[in-house]
Design a protein around this ligand. Structure first.
Ligand SMILES: Cc1cc2ncn([C@H]3O[C@H](COP(=O)(O)O)[C@@H](O)[C@H]3O)c2cc1C
Ligand SMILES: O=C(O)c1cccnc1
Length: 347
């Protein structure tokens, strides 16, 4: 695992895009954040105007979380495997959005408890190619992963990113599936930002006030176990994360290093984005935020990353859905900077 700084997107292209934006036949600033988005895409592609995005790819990293057995979710862990089958059938929330917006979807089992024995052998092999273990350890009681599992999950995320880049991806999105995953990701944000459980814990799938207080207390217990290991972001990820969250973080670091932009989703994607930027400083310059989730940890992490989300629809699904829903805005931003006349052409 390399921890060196990630090279920044092109400053020259960014400046030229900014100049082109200012010269368009629109009042200054009239395109609002779509203008900023077009400038960011120009910088990431080193191209003014930016090229069309015609190979947007989503990878859903699935896994179970030991902490889900301890009253932190409104749903049972069995839903994780059932939803993986639903992604494979193209019937999940994100499947509908991805189909509508032409986003390629791939789902991978990094740490599901389910063995998917009912799947046809080829499909099962594809799904489990990068499987590290079944369910992470409950983070308030034990380290989520061993050193070896951490290394394996990191390599899996790197490999998957390279595979997606090799398929010609021009924008990548990470999605999540794993009942209980808003607890470890809240803990990751808390550890990275030095906050208590009560500041980061949210309702996830819809827990009541009692379960919310219990969730915050388990995050505090996990943070106490972590102790001064909080100073090392890779250790934070190993102790508080899971195979799917480590792989997601490695995926985001690898795509940033390759100079390909990524669109972050809700709490899970943004928590992994924050860890990615801690492990590989500068990675965040390659990220944009698709949407704001009601999870408090997501907003705190976005602020720390200096990212303003594109959409704010109250979505709290995960799966990459908020990022996929924002993809049309990227197409709009590109079309504007590319196709609008210049003021000087008006005559
Ligand atoms: C049917 C269903 C589909 C989902 N798709 C994503 N999630 C999302 O909700 C879960 C996180 O919330 P918590 O931490 O409260 O369990 C994760 O599985 C996440 O992917 C779902 C959850 C459910 C129930
Ligand atoms: O913020 C998210 O992505 C989220 C919120 C609730 C449940 N699952 C994911």
């Amino acid at each position: 695992m390399s921890t060196s700084t990630v090279p920044a997107p092109s400053a020259t292209a960014r400046d030229r895009a900014q100049q082109r934006l200012a010269a368009l036949a629109t009042p200054p600033g009239a395109l609002g954040r779509l203008g900023d988005l077009a400038v960011w895409l120009s910088a990431t592609q080193d191209s003014v105007p930016p090229r069309a995005l015609d190979n947007v790819r989503l990878v859903i990293f699935a896994g179970d979380h030991g902490v889900a057995q301890h009253g932190v979710s409104a749903f049972p862990p069995e839903i994780t495997g059932a939803m993986v089958r639903t992604f494979l059938a193209g019937r999940a929330g994100v499947s509908a959005l991805a189909r509508t917006h032409g986003v390629h979807v791939r789902v991978l089992d990094l740490g599901c408890t389910d063995d998917f024995a009912d799947l046809e052998p080829g499909a099962r092999t594809d799904l489990q190619r990068h499987k590290v273990r079944q369910a992470s350890a409950p983070i308030h009681l034990a380290d989520a992963l061993t050193d070896q599992e951490y290394a394996e999950a990191w390599r899996a995320g790197e490999t998957v990113a390279r595979e997606e880049l090799g398929s010609g991806a021009d924008l990548l999105i990470s999605g999540d599936m794993g009942i209980g995953n808003t607890t470890p990701t809240a803990a990751l944000v808390a550890a990275a930002l030095g906050l208590p459980g009560s500041a980061v814990a949210g309702r996830g799938t819809g827990v009541d006030d009692t379960a919310l207080a219990h969730k915050a207390a388990l995050v505090d217990q996990a943070l106490a176990r972590l102790g001064d290991r909080a100073a090392d972001p890779a250790e934070v990820l190993r102790v508080l994360g899971s195979a799917d969250l480590v792989a997601t973080t490695a995926f985001l670091v690898t795509t940033a290093r390759a100079g390909v932009p990524a669109l972050l989703d809700g709490l899970i994607g943004v928590a992994c984005g924050l860890l990615a930027d801690r492990i590989a400083p500068g990675a965040a310059a390659w990220f944009a935020a698709g949407h704001r989730s009601p999870e408090p940890g997501q907003s705190l992490a976005l602020e720390a990353l200096g990212l303003t989300p594109l959409l704010d629809l109250g979505m709290r699904l995960g799966e990459g859905s908020g990022a996929v829903a924002a993809v049309p805005l990227l197409h709009s931003a590109i079309a504007l900077l590319r196709d609008v006349a210049l003021l000087e052409d008006l005559g």
